[in-house]
Design a protein around this ligand. Structure first.
Ligand code: NAD
Length: 494
């Protein structure tokens, strides 16, 4: 094992930065330690970047930009499709490393996440070739709309789904013709490092994709501060979003933010209660470390007791355990600091009068395992209802009428997603219209079509990505307004 490689689940993972097509350590070989949330095993010592490494990466991305932009969508498509294929070829390895690194389920990583990562790249490479370059015919001019690459995109991602969320940004940014500096999460940086290798194997030119590892306060802050970047796409907490927006304000760099959630999960009495209960139980998967999770369960009075028993039974059927075991549905929390944070929320809520319907503390397995928890009697304005816990902790609320349900659903500053279960189509559409959320799921949960817009309202985000919305962000949209007839000598009135 060389100094700059770690072996994780038998797979060699480079631990240096990837800048200008080369592996480079930090100056002074500064490193941070990565441990597995599964059993606290030491996994790697990863290069800890600072302003020097970040700036080198931004310079590399700037240098590579003109040629990458010049390739055009179809030239880039060929390379990006190869990258998607490389991701698929390494599916097992990427899935295993992700599971070791962030404790997410091996089942989900193998079956869904890595395929989705490949699709993130391929989908946007395809779409870039089909982008509608409309011509808007005005009274005097024809307005030709062009999507032009914006420059260097700074991409900052969180630990709960690093490969999926990084490719969700890398795919459209590269397809748009931008070059990229990716700052992976320090609690789970390893699959993003492998992604850089795969990009090189696929023929992504040096400098087009750069990966700078490090903490948010150091590498992340230096990246969003760098005057050489043209876009910032960030997924993470609203707190960090505020800091990044402050930095972006200095350079007026456009931002796209996908932030936290406190989403309502609304169940009406006429719903398919077994289907709804199964989805409520699904909110505990990956230990609830899912931004979109419906963490506030709002249940119509008449069915609340019955529905609670169905939820309890569905949660009892979720094995808590080692995420490498394919039967497991609830794994560990990511980090001891996060475990403290989640425990703190529940302890304070209980001290303030909330009551666990089940769970309410660490799981018997010990380590970073926390029991799936459902709290009732938490006041609507209390901390546990108002703030994102980002763990296996839901709150339970009853409502009498549809308008009460909507009022409760809209009772936080967040607005990432909402789920509604009902068999009444009119009501579904009314409630979907009345709740404040970037995505509303009706009788389903977590369905994400890449062609659809994705983002949050309120403190859950700024802007939309997905489909052509991604290109609205990663491109400069230009209007070339040509006076009609000016090349043919025809006169136009106006
Ligand atoms: P975080 O905000 O602490 O960190 C996210 C990323 O930002 C990390 O890479 C971190 O190193 C970096 N960072 C931290 N401080 C920075 C700074 N000052 N400047 C630049 N970068 C900085 O979030 P987290 O704890 O990693 O992730 C959990 C949060 O992410 C939750 O709030 C969750 O809801 C949210 N999330 C949102 C979505 C979505 O699509 N809306 C998806 C997944 C996670």
């Amino acid at each position: 094992m060389s100094a700059a490689t770690a072996t994780v689940a038998g797979i060699a993972v480079p631990t240096d930065h990837w800048i200008a097509g080369e592996r480079v350590p930090s100056s002074g070989d500064a490193r941070f330690e990565v441990r597995s949330p599964i059993d606290d095993r030491h996994l790697a010592d990863v290069a800890a970047g600072g302003p020097a490494e970040v700036h080198a990466a931004v310079e590399a991305a700037r240098g590579a930009f003109p040629a990458w932009a010049e390739l055009g969508p179809s030239g880039r498509h060929e390379i990006l499709v190869r990258l998607a294929e490389r991701v698929r070829t390494r599916r097992e390895d990427l899935a295993r490393v992700e599971t070791e690194d962030n404790g997410s389920l091996l089942l989900g990583n193998t079956k869904n996440v890595v395929n989705r990562a490949a699709h993130n790249i391929e989908f946007f490479a395809d779409l870039a070739c089909r982008l509608s370059h409309d011509t808007i015919v005005g009274p005097v001019c024809d307005n030709h709309v062009r999507y032009e690459p914006a420059g260097v995109a700074a991409l900052v991602t969180p630990w709960n789904a690093p490969l999926m969320l990084s490719t969700w940004k890398v795919g459209p940014a590269l397809a748009a013709g931008d070059t990229v500096v990716l700052k992976p999460p320090e609690w789970a940086p390893l699959t993003c490092s492998l992604l850089a290798d795969l990009a090189a194997e696929a023929g992504v030119p040096a400098g087009v994709l750069n990966v700078v590892q490090g903490t948010g306060e150091t590498a992340g802050a230096a990246l969003v501060d760098d005057p050489g970047i043209d876009r910032i796409s960030f997924t993470g907490s609203p707190e960090t979003g505020r800091r990044i927006m402050g930095a972006a304000a200095e350079t007026l760099t456009p931002v796209s933010f996908e932030l936290g959630g406190k989403s309502p999960f609304v169940v009406f009495a006429d719903a398919d209660l077994d289907a709804a209960a199964k989805e409520v139980a699904g909110q505990y998967v990956n230990a609830g470390q899912v931004c979109l999770a419906g963490t506030r369960v709002l249940v119509e009075d008449g069915i609340a007791d019955d529905f609670l028993e169905r939820v309890r039974a569905a949660v009892d059927r979720l094995p808590v355990g080692d995420p490498r075991d394919l039967a497991t549905r609830v794994g560990p929390l990511i980090h001891p600091d996060h475990f403290e944070r989640v425990s703190g929320f529940v302890d304070r809520a209980v001290a303030a009068g909330a009551r666990p319907l089940f769970g309410g503390g660490p799981h018997d397995r010990g380590g970073l395992f926390y029991a799936p928890t459902l709290l009732t009697d938490a006041a609507p304005d209390s901390e546990v209802v108002q703030r994102e816990v980002f763990g296996p902790v839901l709150t339970w609320h009853r409502f009498g009428t549809e308008s009460e349900a909507v009022e409760l659903a809209n009772g936080t500053d967040y607005g990432l997603a909402a789920t509604v279960f009902t068999t009444d189509e009119d009501r579904a559409l009314r409630v979907a219209g009345a709740v404040r959320a970037g995505t509303v799921w009706v009788n389903c949960f977590f369905v994400r079509d890449l062609a659809a817009p994705f983002g949050g309202t309120g403190i859950s985000g700024i802007g939309r990505e997905g489909g052509e919305w991604s290109f609205d962000f990663y491109c400069d949209v230009k209007n070339v307004s040509v006076r009609r007839g000016s090349f043919t000598g025809e006169s136009v009135d106006g």
